[in-house]
Design a protein around this ligand. Sequence first.
Ligand SMILES: Cc1cc2nc3c(=O)[nH]c(=O)nc-3n(C[C@H](O)[C@H](O)[C@H](O)COP(=O)(O)OP(=O)(O)OC[C@H]3O[C@@H](n4cnc5c(N)ncnc54)[C@H](O)[C@@H]3O)c2cc1C
Length: 370
Amino acid sequence: METCDVLIVGGGPAGSSCAWKLRQHGMAVTLLDKSLFPRNKVCAGWITPAVVQALQLDTEEYARERVLQPITAFRTGLIHGREVETRYPGPVSFGIRRCEFDDFLLQRSSARLRLGETLKSLDKRGKQWIVNGAITTPLIIGAGGHFCPVARFLGAKLGASEPAVTAKEVEFEMTPQQSAECRVRADTPELYFCRDLKGYGWCFRKGDYLNIGLGREGNQGLAEQLGDFCDFLRQRGRIPGNIPDKFHGHAYLLYGHSQRKLLDDGVLLVGDAAGLAYPESGEGIRPAVESGLIAAAAIVEAGEDYRHQMLQAYPDRLRARFGPEVAASGAMVPGFVRSMLAGALLGSRWFARRVVLDRWFLHAHQPGLQ
Ligand SMILES: Cc1cc2nc3c(=O)[nH]c(=O)nc-3n(C[C@H](O)[C@H](O)[C@H](O)COP(=O)(O)OP(=O)(O)OC[C@H]3O[C@@H](n4cnc5c(N)ncnc54)[C@H](O)[C@@H]3O)c2cc1C
């Protein structure tokens, strides 16, 4: 039987960040992931500077063998509406490929990796967990994303009653001809909101790779909205005519829109498993990384006593960082007000820069985690 101080289920940014920090404190960490890495993850691959800071990423070193696309501008607007370009004096975000980024973080964490291994069973004997009948540990971290089996163990009704965001995207390497036809600039991602403001589509070029997708609250009308969005991009001549039609979908929860229990004796959830993505933008990598690091600090402070009251610092600090949970309706502004606002405001340069970009997407008002 293998033993470890902490077992982490899931090797995405939440799990690997938590493992990395715990290893720095000398803890024996085993990380289990059902996939073999490098693996892909359905994602646009946009990270904000707070992620680079929290992970202490050496961007020069990272970019030597991987895609790290600096972003210095955005085109924003309504689908079929007027668009606005906002430029910044230097990089305000980066584009990464999740297959590279997640693998880099996982290998760097120096956790003991059990890849290609699904969490199948979780039993408790006294204060010890027995995982898959093969590993014993006093503490389990659920970092398995939206459908995390540890979240289910804590009572989450996965996919049933939760108001999730659903999204679809495609990422592909463009041929030289597609590259020549594509008018999306690599330093200028494009974001276009649905008329009801319940979601938005993006078109994001990272070197020779193009990522196109759309995410919305709920799963009603996602395929139609995505089809309409791609038609709109083609009509405007933004993307090549012959993009692949195999879009991949995934779901996740926005912070404050979920009722998942985050903590119990000897177990806690981080990242998408905990439902932490920013409600305005759907950015989930930053909260995944930050929650992994915040959890690691709370675990170290708890000594080896992992009763839930000893780990309470974790949800308390999450709340202090991301704010009190908002109503679980999924809609912060009534529908008709949204559509009036959309038409009037999204075409305004001031609104695009100060509200949509600086506040909703870049969170410029919230400094990175120290
Ligand atoms: C279409 C789309 C676009 C997005 N674009 C962005 C973006 O541009 N920027 C951004 O910040 N966020 C984006 N997000 C959100 C972001 O992808 C997630 O918030 C982020 O990946 C959460 O990280 P995580 O580590 O919590 O989970 P994940 O990255 O989902 O990792 C979970 C891991 O757990 C493993 N796992 C799952 N089940 C099991 C099991 N039973 N046993 C063992 N292992 C298991 C999986 O294999 C996976 O490796 C996007 C999401 C979608 C759907």
